[in-house]
Design a protein around this ligand. Structure first.
Ligand SMILES: [Zn+2]
Length: 321
C-alpha cells in the first residue's frame, strides 16, 4: 500500500515536471519563431514568407494604387497560395522577392479623362476636376463649341500623353462669330427722363463691375445711361426677362448693341460690346448671358453702357438696380 502511494506520487511529480518543461519550451519557441509559409504562384513554388499579413497588404495596396501616377487599378489574375510549414531549420525567407514576382504578373490600368469634341477624343488630362475646369474655362471664354464638348473616363493599359489646362483651352477654343443683323435696324434716339417712373418689373445688375460714369449731364451733354468699367470679355447678363429686339452693330455710337424689350414699353440697352451672344427674336431670362464687354463704337476704354428706357425715354438705371 505504501509502495503504491509512493509510486503514484513519483509519477505525478514526473508528469508535472514534463508539463512545465513543455510549456517553457513552447513559449520560448513561439516567442523566437513566427509561423512560416511556403508560397506558390500558378502551382510553382516561389519561396517562403515570414510575414503573410504584411505581404498580403502590400500586394493589395499595389492592386489598388500601383506604383505610378494615374493608376486606376492593377489586374493580377493569379494570387499566390500560402501553406503553413512547421519550423524548418535554416529556411531563408524572401518576402520581397515574392512580392516582386507577384506584382510582375499584373497588368496596370491607367485612368485618364478625355475631352471629346463631338465624341472624338481630342486630349487627355489626369483628373476629372482638371477636365471640368478646362470645359468651364471654355464656357467662360464663350467658345463656340462648348455644347459639343464632353468628358469621358478612360481606363487604358498604355500611358497617354497629357495636356495642361492652358494649352487645352487654347487648342479647343473656337471663337464665336459676332452676330450682325443683315438689315442693320435702327435705334430710336431716346429722350432724357427726369425723376423716377415705375417700370413694373424688377431688374438685376447686368454685370459684376463698378460704376464709372453716372446718368445725367456730362461734358456738356446728357449721359442717358450708366457706365460699368470692366475688362473686354466680361460677361453681360440680361437685367430682366424679355425678347431681344436688337442685336448687332449700331452706327450711332453704341458699337455692338443689344436691346431687350420687357413689355409695356420697357427696354434695356447694352452698348459697346465686343461680342453678342444672342440674336434678334430670342427670348431671354433674367441673368442670361447675352454679350461681352468691349470698347466698340464711340467708347474710350472697355465698358458697358447700360440704359433703361420706358416709352423711349431714358431713366436713371440706378433707380432700378
Ligand atoms: Zn455710357
Amino acid at each position: 500500500m505504501r509502495k503504491l502511494l509512493m509510486g503514484l506520487r513519483t509519477s505525478i511529480k514526473a508528469i508535472s515536471l514534463f508539463a512545465v518543461c513543455s510549456i517553457i519550451i513552447i513559449t520560448i519557441v513561439m516567442s523566437v519563431y513566427k509561423p512560416i509559409y511556403s508560397v506558390s504562384l500558378n502551382g510553382e513554388m516561389i519561396g517562403y514568407c515570414k510575414d503573410k499579413a504584411a505581404l498580403q497588404s502590400k500586394i493589395f495596396n499595389y492592386i489598388e494604387n500601383g506604383n505610378e501616377e494615374n493608376v486606376a487599378f492593377v489586374d493580377i489574375s493569379n494570387m499566390p497560395e500560402y501553406k503553413l510549414c512547421f519550423l524548418k531549420r535554416g529556411i531563408e525567407t524572401n518576402d520581397d522577392e515574392i512580392y516582386e514576382k507577384v506584382i510582375g504578373t499584373g497588368t496596370t490600368f491607367y485612368r485618364y479623362y478625355a475631352i471629346a469634341l463631338d465624341n472624338e477624343e481630342k486630349l487627355y488630362v489626369a483628373t476629372f476636376e482638371e477636365a471640368e475646369s478646362i470645359v468651364n474655362g471654355l464656357k467662360e471664354k464663350n467658345s463656340e463649341n462648348v455644347e459639343q464638348l464632353s468628358i469621358l473616363q478612360k481606363n487604358v493599359t498604355e500611358k497617354l500623353e497629357l495636356t495642361d489646362k492652358d494649352t487645352a483651352i487654347s487648342n479647343l477654343y473656337k471663337e464665336k462669330k459676332v452676330v450682325v443683323p443683315k438689315s442693320g435696324g435702327s435705334v430710336q434716339v431716346a429722350k432724357m427722363g427726369s425723376g423716377y417712373k415705375d417700370a413694373g418689373i424688377t431688374f438685376k445688375k447686368p454685370i459684376t463691375a463698378t460704376i464709372t460714369s453716372r446718368f445725367g449731364s456730362r461734358w456738356g451733354s446728357n449721359h442717358k445711361g450708366l457706365d460699368f468699367g470692366a475688362p473686354t470679355g466680361t460677361s453681360i447678363y440680361a437685367a430682366a426677362s424679355g425678347t431681344v429686339t436688337y442685336a448687332g452693330w449700331n452706327s450711332g455710337g453704341f458699337g455692338y448693341l443689344v436691346i431687350i424689350s420687357h413689355g409695356n414699353g420697357v427696354q434695356t440697352l447694352y452698348g459697346h460690346c465686343s461680342s453678342i451672344i444672342t440674336k434678334v427674336g430670342a427670348t431671354v431670362k433674367q441673368g442670361d448671358l447675352i454679350a461681352k464687354v468691349g470698347n466698340t463704337g464711340r467708347s474710350f476704354g472697355s465698358h458697358l453702357h447700360f440704359e433703361v428706357r420706358i416709352n423711349n425715354v431714358s431713366y436713371n438705371p440706378e433707380y432700378y438696380l
